[in-house]
Design a protein around this ligand. Structure first.
Ligand code: ZN
Ligand code: ZN
Length: 167
């Protein structure tokens, strides 16, 4: 059995054509992938065109080079990281500071251990910690001794006639 040489060569042609089509598709896919990937990592048009150019010229090895050199963080990652850093900063700023020495104190401390500034006082009745300006315990309604409670004085006594009696 002999194979017709023209059939053989046309088979080869088809194989080569398929191979070329496959390579072209691969190349295009690499380009599209790189284009998408770089755009999720930078908005700089120079970087974007550089990345696409590398893959355009070098094809698969270009993708390898791009993978090594691309920015590590996507824009979204960077955004998330910024948010986390901001939250961390905010939580640090939320920490209570001693008014005397500016060191960090806990909100259940009575006295600053560093400079002995009084931070809170104890309710005489229920022993809960009260803020210094409070005049009454919000937990048990016991007035804080030494602090005058200003009772709402809406209904004042009739104002004295200011007709100036010393005429
Ligand atoms: Zn202090
Ligand atoms: Zn109390």
């Amino acid at each position: 059995m002999t194979i017709d040489p023209t059939l053989m060569s046309s088979l080869m042609m088809i194989l080569v054509a398929f191979g070329a089509a496959f390579l072209a598709a691969l190349w295009l896919a690499c380009l599209v992938w790189t284009w998408r990937d770089i755009r999720s990592r930078t908005r700089d048009p120079m970087y974007i065109s550089l990345a696409v150019l590398v893959v355009l010229v070098l094809n698969l090895p270009g993708v390898l080079i791009y993978l090594i050199l691309r920015p590590a963080l996507t824009l979204e990652d960077g955004y998330q990281r910024n948010l986390e850093e901001e939250a961390l900063l905010a939580s640090i700023e939320d920490q209570l500071l001693c008014p005397g020495c500016e060191r960090r104190v806990h909100d259940d401390w009575q006295v600053c251990p560093n400079c002995h500034t009084v931070l809170r006082k104890e309710c005489q009745h229920c022993k809960k910690l009260l803020e210094l300006p409070w005049k009454v315990c919000p937990y048990c309604a016991t007035p804080v001794p030494g602090m005058k409670i200003e009772i709402a004085v809406d209904e004042q006594v009739e104002p004295v006639e200011s007709e100036n009696p010393a005429e």
